[in-house]
Structure formats: structure tokens, C-alpha cells
Design a protein. Structure first.
Length: 112
């Protein structure tokens, strides 16, 4: 098994997380369904070589079914209609490095 740098781990982390989530969702739906094989063994092997990852033939055979299921999950996510006025899931507060925000003024006076 090759050693991973932190950069490589962070690069593949979203894919791994999506695979795990899709596997969990598929287990809840039932594993009896056959997924069409759109990614072949050769394509998977070539993709892993591009990423610089080496796996045995048996490991690639185990991956193949999950990769094809994940492809279907990605396509299902892309079909979800998200309105243009949807707020992002995180706040965006641009500021220059080393600058801190000024405290906001509060116009609230304590009642007597």
C-alpha cells in the first residue's frame, strides 16, 4: 500500500466521503439491485494510475461496483433543482489577512 501525503489525503477525502455516504444509502435501500456497469475495469485501472494509486486486481474488482454506484449517486445529485436564491451553507465574510473586523455598534440601551 502506498504512503499518502496530507495533500493527497485531502484531495481524495471528498470522494471517499461520498462513496461512504452512497454505500450507507444503498444499504438502507437494499443491496439486491444491479447497477449498470458504466465504468469498466480498464477505465478504473487507468484512473487509479493517473492518481498514482496502486491496487491489486482483487481490490480493483471490489472497487468497481462501488464506483459505478457512486456515479449514479452523483448523477442523482446533479438532477436536484436548487433555486438561484438559495443561500450558501456557510457565511462569507471577506477581509484582508491580518485585519480584524471592527466591533459592531449596538444601538440598544438598557431599560431603567
Amino acid at each position: 500500500m502506498p504512503e499518502f501525503s496530507r495533500r493527497t489525503l485531502l484531495a481524495i477525502a471528498p470522494t471517499v466521503a461520498t462513496l461512504i455516504a452512497s454505500e450507507a444509502g444503498l444499504e438502507a435501500q437494499g443491496r439486491g439491485q444491479n447497477v449498470p456497469q458504466r465504468v469498466s475495469k480498464d477505465q478504473l485501472k487507468a484512473a487509479l494510475e493517473i492518481l498514482g494509486l496502486e491496487f491489486t486486481e482483487a481490490q480493483r474488482d471490489q472497487m468497481l461496483q462501488g464506483v459505478n454506484r457512486a456515479l449514479g449517486s452523483y448523477e442523482a445529485l446533479r438532477k436536484i433543482d436548487v433555486p438561484l436564491d438559495t443561500e450558501p451553507a456557510f457565511p462569507f465574510r471577506p477581509s484582508l489577512p491580518g485585519k480584524s473586523r471592527r466591533p459592531e455598534r449596538r444601538n440598544f440601551s438598557r431599560p431603567k
